[in-house]
Design a protein around this ligand. Structure first.
Ligand code: AMP
Ligand code: TRP
Length: 327
């Protein structure tokens, strides 16, 4: 029996190379080893204000991009979270077993709520309960994510264990899988901050659908430092970030890259990296253009996936409801 993988991604903003290198590329690479379930989390997206039309469109666009990036519908389920109502239903139950104090410790909420100020919804605070429901519904073994999701995974394990301690074995506590390289790609404009979908500065991130000109321009303008030497060094976040992106797109080792740029300048590195990223994203973009010729096809894949896995989710939900004494 193959182990089961579950992961999710929000259909908000534009999917960028941080999402790609930190999450999606790894999902694709290990697809054949596992039984995979990937989810476009539209219920998570509405924790912050969304335009309804744009949300629906972004949800399809993201699904199309995930297929284009190599998610194979034969090997992996890819579905839209709101298509399986068990996610919302289990989230409510879990809510009732998560102490407020656990939620209050979540750093992502603290960061997001500072930015949003008075617009913060109760749903944003409660976001990790829905995420725990996503994962626990499928008796997930592994959750491949970027570094920023580690704390949410710990909360998921904690609530599973707490529920199991009260009612007996019900949920499987999942293991996070966080890559050694690429789990935290930094902003091009400010390499001390994580590359994020919600940043407004156009120079912040390379998005998966950016044109070659935009990609080259953004990388050329990326913030570095006033030193000269090109090498992997955590204390020089700008160069380190560019080299990490180089490593992941080229597949070369750190030593090979360091040797290649010995005695060269930032201009050389940025020029080569721009071209490397353009070429790395080209197949994804080409496949995306092909796929979106027929939007009904993408929709049909999403519906088929949801229909295939819904029984797993419903079985787990029923188990939890019975334990608690509902119905
Ligand atoms: P999100 O954009 O928050 O829906 O994230 C989708 C996936 O991409 C999650 O697994 C995140 O951990 C991952 N991710 C988001 N931003 C980055 C980043 N800057 N570097 C690496 N991984 C990231
Ligand atoms: N919270 C995740 C993010 O912002 C997205 C997500 C929702 C997720 N549900 C999930 C990731 C379940 C892994 C497993 O990146």
């Amino acid at each position: 029996m193959k182990k089961r993988v579950f992961s999710g991604i929000q259909p908000t903003g534009n999917i960028h190379i941080g999402n790609y290198l930190g999450a999606v590329k790894n999902w694709v690479a290990s697809q054949s080893e596992y039984e995979n379930i990937f989810c476009v989390v539209d219920l998570h997206a509405i924790t912050v204000p969304q335009d309804p039309k744009a949300l629906r469109q972004k949800t399809r666009e993201l699904a199309g991009l995930l297929f284009a990036a190599g998610i194979d519908p034969e090997q992996s389920a890819l579905f839209i979270q709101s298509h399986i109502s068990a996610h919302s239903e289990l989230a409510w139950i879990l809510n009732c077993f998560i102490p407020m104090g656990w939620m209050q410790r979540m750093t992502q909420f603290k960061e997001k709520s500072e930015k949003l100020k008075e617009q913060v919804s109760t749903g944003l605070f409660d976001y990790p309960a829905l995420m725990a429901a996503d994962i626990l519904l499928y008796d997930t073994d592994y959750v491949p994510v970027g570094e920023d999701q580690k704390q949410h995974l710990e909360l998921t394990r904690d609530v599973a264990q707490r529920f199991n301690a009260i009612y007996g074995d019900t949920f499987k506590p999942p293991e996070p899988v966080i890559a050694k390289t690429g789990a935290r790609i930094m902003g091009l404009d400010d390499p001390t901050r994580k590359m994020s979908k919600s940043e407004a500065d156009p120079g912040h991130a390379v998005n998966l659908l950016d044109s070659p000109r935009e990609i080259i321009h953004k990388i050329k303008r990326a913030t570095t430092d006033s030193l000269k030497e090109i090498r992997f060094d955590e204390s020089r976040p700008g160069v380190n970030n560019l080299l990490t992106i180089y490593q992941l797109f080229s597949g070369l080792s750190r030593e090979e890259i360091a040797a290649r740029y010995e005695g060269k300048g930032y201009g050389d590195l940025k020029k080569d990296l721009g071209e490397l990223v353009v070429e790395g994203l080209r197949p994804v973009q080409t496949r995306y253009q092909e796929l979106t010729q027929d939007p009904a096809y993408i929709d049909s894949l999403l519906v088929a996936s949801a229909n295939r896995i819904r029984p797993i989710a419903e079985r787990t939900l029923r188990r939890a409801q019975e334990r608690v004494g509902l119905g």
